[in-house]
Design a protein around this ligand. Structure first.
Ligand code: AMP
Length: 378
């Protein structure tokens, strides 16, 4: 299957070539023709599956065929839960749009940064990537109008609908025209998402791309049984024993992420936390330092973990298990990519053991559980 066969025009095919995209990923093969045909789409796909380009490419093409809207009346609105994702998505838009014969202006707006430059940049924007709160502030200041939006994208839709964005989302929806194309993308199909799907989408086509079992098989998964208070010492032992130079550690709460980070640093292992309570600057810095190898460990919560766009991570450690098996698969899917073997290690207390067996059942793969006796944790 080629990109040309999906219905993309020559201008976009040229942009793809310049980006060295030769073959569509499965989510792209499925979603692009549907979006070009004007359908509402619910895409279930993980970060790393190529889901961003699966809506960026067709939405750019749809825009090329439309007359330019009045200034500040944006046409395509992409809502995302975090600043990191806003920046990342806009980058993808820009990377393609810049190579078009007539580039399409895109902008990312998000909270935690000064609003004035964002207001000034709004001139002639056609695609706006926004977090809901900042979007509403801009609407209030009449920097942007939503009544001409005809394509709405919700990326990481499950997280957005779970995270107390509900009020803001309802407000944004009330400002949009009723007739529009809706595209929802999510890594998991949660109960919340199923209900919103019924309200939001008009006769939608669901496209679900499972994590490739191929990929799961590539990942070397192990687990250690450990008491809660020994998780910290075990984490440090594992990092040292495996000489891990780049490891992403997941915790389930902001508080735990900070605690784990502090303990690692106190023990001479350079670590930074990345979670929603950190300022945008701090998050960007943390990610950059992790990517550049300045810090060895990044401790993230699930939400922040999604914005981490690193093609291959040798190690992922689940300091705590996520609630949903899909999130577990999503976490460990950050290793074992591009046909390289990675390792995912989970630290399991007695209380977590049952939940871990549920995850294994869902994943259809057994993970060997070792005792942590071999480590001197005291
Ligand atoms: P995403 O899931 O959208 O975050 O994309 C994951 C990574 O895959 C990004 O670095 C993209 O640049 C890359 N990517 C997406 N689609 C393709 C493709 N068809 N060919 C090559 N790389 C791709």
């Amino acid at each position: 299957m080629s990109f040309a066969a999906l219905g993309l025009n020559r201008d976009l095919l040229y942009a793809l070539e310049k980006q060295f995209y030769t073959t569509p990923y499965p989510i792209q093969s499925e979603a692009i023709p549907l979006i070009l045909a004007g359908k509402d789409v619910l895409g279930i796909a993980q970060t790393g599956s190529g889901k961003t380009a699966s809506y960026v490419l067709p939405s750019l093409q749809l825009l090329q065929n439309k007359p330019l809207a009045q200034n500040r009346y944006i046409n395509t609105l992409v809502l995302v839960p975090t600043r990191e994702l806003a920046i990342q998505v806009q980058k993808v838009y820009k990377s393609f749009s810049d190579k078009l014969e007539q580039p399409i202006k895109t902008l990312a707006v998000y909270g935690g940064a000064s609003i004035n430059p964002q207001m000034m940049d709004m001139n002639k924007v056609e695609v706006l990537v926004a977090t809901p709160g900042r979007l509403l502030e801009l609407v209030e200041k009449k920097a942007v109008f939503l009544s001409a939006v005809d394509v709405l994208v919700l990326d990481e839709a499950d997280k957005m609908l779970n995270l107390g964005f509900k009020e803001e989302m309802t407000k944004v929806m009330s400002l949009l025209p009723i007739k529009r194309q809706n595209l929802l993308f999510s890594a998991t199909l949660s109960a919340d998402l199923s209900s919103i799907k019924d309200v939001l989408l008009n006769n939608p086509v669901t496209v679900e791309i499972e994590v490739e079992t191929d990929n799961i098989d590539l990942i070397n998964q192990v687990a250690y049984a450990v008491e809660e208070e020994l998780k910290g010492p075990l984490l440090r032992c594992l990092i040292k024993q495996h000489q891990m130079e780049q490891v992403l550690v997941f915790t389930s709460s902001v508080h735990k992420a900070d605690m784990v980070t502090d303990k690692l640093n106190a023990n001479g292992i350079k670590a930074l936390a990345m979670h929603s309570k950190k300022s945008q600057g701090a998050r960007e810095q943390a990610l950059l330092k992790f990517k550049n190898g300045v810090v060895q460990v990044l401790v993230a919560t699930d939400l922040m973990g999604r914005g981490i766009d690193i093609p291959f991570l040798p190690y992922v450690i689940n300091y705590e298990l996520p609630r949903s098996p899909k999130d577990y698969i999503h976490r460990i899917g950050r290793t074992g990519r591009a046909k390289q073997a990675g390792t995912a290690i989970s630290l399991i207390t007695v209380e977590e053991a049952h939940h871990f067996s549920v995850i294994q059942k869902k994943m259809k793969k057994r993970v060997e559980l070792f005792t942590s006796d071999e480590f001197k944790l005291f």
